[in-house]
Design a protein around this ligand. Structure first.
Ligand code: GUN
Ligand code: ZN
Length: 446
């Protein structure tokens, strides 16, 4: 309803099986999940949601709206990926390496190729297209080390229509020559890109030191200066991913109390900071992350593939740390946020009594609204309440697929949704919209 109490006019109504999680299930429990087997989402001409509910009721109130008929498909809020690397699609699927070996042997040589502007632009277009094809409408993207590649990336991100927060990745020690910068150059390039792109349309800038392993104190300080000087920018990095990495940080920063302190000293820890992994935090770090309002991006398929460990979710929750979900491609298994939610669930089960019990409301919350909150976009996207932008994904079981067979036997809407999250991957994404406009449509669908 508008402030005058008059319902806005919907130009279009989406019809399908609708579900969202408008409230935090970690606080309110499974009732946080809302869904309608024959549901509808009414959207105004500006791409804003006017109403969500049962088809018959919504349709009766908007009888002349054009119908986007997606019966047989699920309509969910667009997925939010809180940690994914643009220059790493080409290293997906590596086996047999732990983090530091994987970076040296596989990842850094590939990331060096992004010095070629043409290659970088083509890869950026491909990467962003794949996000949309996976149902992701909002992402915090770890960038390339080359300013020319990030300029190309932001151009492509603007054209994609997606909500993208990203930045130049920087590091000045322990990296191959092709990726190494200096504190002065890192400051100049990041400040230039941040001033040029932050706040343009749906784009925002994130100051991005790769991790403290590849940073001098001066480089982190340069990153902190950009955060201070360009209002509203974000900061992102990696934190406490593996014991080997933590040992390197300890020896390189002997004056720091712990890993988080290396970022704190540079002014990089606050409510617009997102740290990937945090598999091995101390209690003191968790308390400080919570006090700062910083976010941890949980990246389970990456943690499992690199053998980094099982995420201590219960400790994050009891400390009050905000947690979102990231695919962490290319160490992660895929660009599917549903795949990540499924792996997060399995990881907690493997922790036994130390694991946090997760239900379907938690998984959909993590894939959507938790990410939106983590990226400061709550109130705008993440759920389907009136006033939100219509960022949507339609998931349809491919004919003859295991997903189709499993859904045929689902007892009720929550169990069907659990099956959907467990099995729906890229092939099931029929269409993706941002603010009501298509950013991906499977050829031949609709
Ligand atoms: N730490 C520093 N760089 C990376 C990266 O590219 N992937 C992961 N998983 N961890 C990192
Ligand atoms: Zn990462």
């Amino acid at each position: 309803m508008s402030s005058a109490g008059v319902r806005a006019v919907a130009g279009r109504v989406w019809r399908g099986t609708v579900a969202h999680v408008p409230r935090d299930p970690f606080r309110v429990g499974p009732e946080a999940l809302e869904g309608w087997a024959d549901g509808a989402i009414a959207v105004d001409a500006g791409g804003r949601i006017v109403e969500v509910g049962a088809w018959r009721e919504v349709r009766a109130r908007h009888p002349s709206a054009t119908v986007e008929d997606r019966r047989g498909a699920w309509l969910l809020p667009g997925f939010v990926d809180a940690h994914v690397h643009y220059p790493q699609v080409g290293v997906l699927g590596g086996l047999g390496l732990r983090l530091l070996e994987w970076l040296e042997a596989r990842t850094w040589p590939h990331e060096a190729r992004f010095a070629d502007a043409g290659f970088a632009r083509a890869e950026a277009r491909r990467f962003l297209g794949l996000l949309a094809r996976n149902g992701t409408t909002t992402a915090l993207v770890f960038g390339a080390h080359q300013a020319v590649a990030m300029e190309a990336f932001f151009h492509e991100a603007a054209a994609s229509g997606l909500r993208i927060t990203a930045g130049l990745t920087v590091g000045d020690v322990g990296l191959p020559d092709a990726l190494r910068t200096t504190p002065e150059l890192a400051y100049a390039e990041a400040a230039f890109l941040a001033r040029r792109w932050h706040g343009r349309g749906r784009l925002r800038y994130a100051v991005t030191p790769r991790f403290s392993v590849s940073s001098s104190e001066a480089l982190l300080a340069a990153c902190g200066a950009v955060v201070r000087e360009v209002p509203g920018v974000w900061a992102t990095s990696h934190l406490n991913e593996t014991p080997e990495e933590i040992a390197v940080v300890r020896s390189r920063f002997p004056g720091a109390a712990d890993y988080l302190a290396t970022y704190e000293a540079a002014g990089l820890v606050g409510p617009r900071s997102v740290f990937a992994h945090d598999v091995h935090p101390t209690d003191a770090e968790l308390a400080r992350l919570a006090a700062a309002g910083a976010v941890v991006a949980h990246c389970p398929t990456s943690n499992h593939a690199l053998g980094s460990g099982l995420f201590p979710l219960a400790r994050h929750l009891s400390a009050g740390v905000r947690v979102a979900l990231g695919t962490d491609v290319g160490a992660g298994a895929s660009l599917s946020v549903c795949g990540e939610a499924t792996a997060a669930y399995a990881g907690q089960m493997l922790l036994g009594t130390e694991g946090a019990p997760l239900g379907v409301a938690h998984l959909l919350w993590w894939a959507t609204a938790a990410g939106a909150r983590a990226l400061g976009l709550d109130g705008r996207v993440g759920d389907l309440r009136p006033g939100r932008d219509a960022d949507l994904v339609a998931l349809r079981p491919p004919p003859g697929s295991t997903l189709e067979a499993a859904l045929a036997h689902a007892a009720d809407l929550p169990s069907a949704l659990a099956t959907l999250i467990a099995l729906a991957r890229e092939e099931a994404v029929e269409a993706t919209w941002v603010a009501g406009a298509p950013v991906w449509e499977r050829p031949g669908a609709a």
